[in-house]
Design a protein around this ligand. Structure first.
Ligand code: UD1
Ligand code: MG
Length: 408
């Protein structure tokens, strides 16, 4: 393991943090002038807050990574200089180099597409298409470098399928979908101050912890080192953004940041070969997505904003609601809301005229259904606390439980 490269990456990241912390307040006017603003909907006077700061964070991240590109190769033993060849590298690791460049290309592409989304307010079908396109360079480099599409089978399935199964093309579809999921999942668990960055920081910290554990065990050293190279500057720049995005937000992150964060996670998950473990760290986002499906796929009416409703008098957040008549829903929609109602996962108010009023199906609203109206800061803290609990659960599943299911 090249500790020198990681140390330099850490030093660059500290520089990136300090630079970002200085840049964010200075650029506020520029964003406001360019009309890149959004209303903070959970405040008394709904102030205009500069939006799309993800583009700044993404740029600082890219600059940090561009500066870092030569470092791993300078310290790579395979690239050791040979006196006989006149100081030229004997075997330059082209595969590693192209992996780094393709990963940066995918992230860069996602930042650009995310910014386009912020400026042009794209439709939902584009939001699904954009990450798929941005992930193509990544899948190509995976194909050229590894093309390993076999999945290990758990013990109980080995008598049927054998130790491992080659799922071929399906593996690429899974990786493409992972990028689409990671980017959009962060974007739809959003709407209260600090939540987008807060969840991304916890996921990044979880990935970093996982990489360090694996490195200490000597497992797949190169893959986890590769992940550290991306996650350290990502964590540093996001921490700087968190300073200004947490309650009360001075800046908003925009879809640019959500896409940038999601793609960074997808990149390290795919090229670091731990996509399944990565998904474990996305447990709250998976729950939010599953809970949201009736609205996302329009079985139940979905308003433009599903963030909680602000009660200015008490300075508290209440659930935001959606309205429908049962007979207006198709049979699948009716089944979905009935199951959610029976399981007491949604609030339910039936009016005399047959209209039904329920909360919007998001994890934020669910927290409010369970714990009642809370302050915005508290709602963010609760969701971040849940994210941390999920990381602990993920590590439990990944280590003690996985050893049980995958014992060789
Ligand atoms: C997603 C959600 C939407 C949610 C929105 C909030 C789905 C399908 N879409 O849409 O329900 O309302 O995110 O980000 O679940 N805002 C605040 N306070 C915050 C953060 C954002 O008031 O702390 C508001 C601001 O007006 C900001 C806007 O949300 O301008 C950003 O919304 P945008 O990112 O464009 O929404 P989507 O990602 O499309
Ligand atoms: Mg958004």
């Amino acid at each position: 393991m090249s500790t020198a490269a990681i140390a330099i990456n850490g030093a660059i990241s500290v520089g990136a943090y300090l630079m970002t912390v200085r840049m964010i307040p200075r650029l506020r006017e520029m964003f406001i002038k360019a009309n890149l603003c959004g209303k903070d909907l959970c405040k008394k006077d709904k102030p205009q807050v500069p939006e799309s700061y993800g583009v700044i964070i993404g740029c600082v991240f890219l600059i940090s990574m561009f500066l870092f590109i030569p470092i791993p190769f300078a310290f790579d033993e395979a690239a050791a200089m040979d006196a006989v060849t006149g100081g030229k590298p004997v075997t330059f690791p082209h595969n590693k180099f192209v992996e780094l460049i393709a990963a940066l290309l995918s992230i860069c592409c996602m930042i650009f597409l995310g910014f386009a989304d912020d400026v042009l307010d794209l439709r939902w079908r584009h939001k699904l298409l954009l990450p798929t396109i941005a992930t193509l360079p990544l899948l190509m480099v995976y194909y050229v470098n590894y093309n390993s599409t076999t999945v290990m089978m758990p013990n109980f399935a080995r008598s049927l399928f054998g130790t491992s199964v080659n799922i071929g093309m399906l593996y690429y579809i899974f990786m493409g979908s992972l990028a689409v999921f990671c980017t959009n999942a962060i974007n739809i668990l959003a709407g209260i101050n600090g939540l987008e960055v807060g969840q991304s920081l916890i996921i990044a910290a979880s990935v970093l912890l996982f990489n360090l554990i694996e490195l200490s065990l000597g497992h797949q050293v190169e893959s986890h080192q590769f992940s550290l190279y991306f996650m350290i500057p990502f964590f540093a720049t996001s921490l700087a953004l968190w300073k200004f995005n947490r309650y009360p937000s001075q800046v908003f992150v925009g879809d640019t940041y959500c896409y940038f964060a999601g793609m960074s996670f997808a990149v390290v998950g795919i090229l670091g070969h731990f996509s399944k473990t990565l998904l474990l760290f996305f447990l709250p986002q998976i729950l939010n997505f599953l809970y949201s499906t009736p609205q996302l796929f329009h079985f139940v009416p979905c308003p433009r904003h599903r963030l909680p409703k602000y009660d200015a008098k008490a300075d508290l957040l209440h659930i935001s609601t959606t309205e429908f008549r049962m007979k207006e829903l198709n049979s699948l929609g009716r089944l979905m809301v009935t199951v959610l109602r029976v399981l007491r996962l949604i609030s339910w108010q039936e009016q005399a005229d047959g209209r039904v009023i329920t909360n919007n199906f998001t994890l934020i609203n669910f927290v409010l259904v369970v714990f009642g109206p809370v302050h915005e800061r508290v709602a963010t803290q609760m969701l971040m606390g849940f994210q941390v609990l999920c990381t602990l659960l993920a590590l439990f599943i990944r280590y003690p439980l996985a050893n049980f299911f995958y014992a060789i």
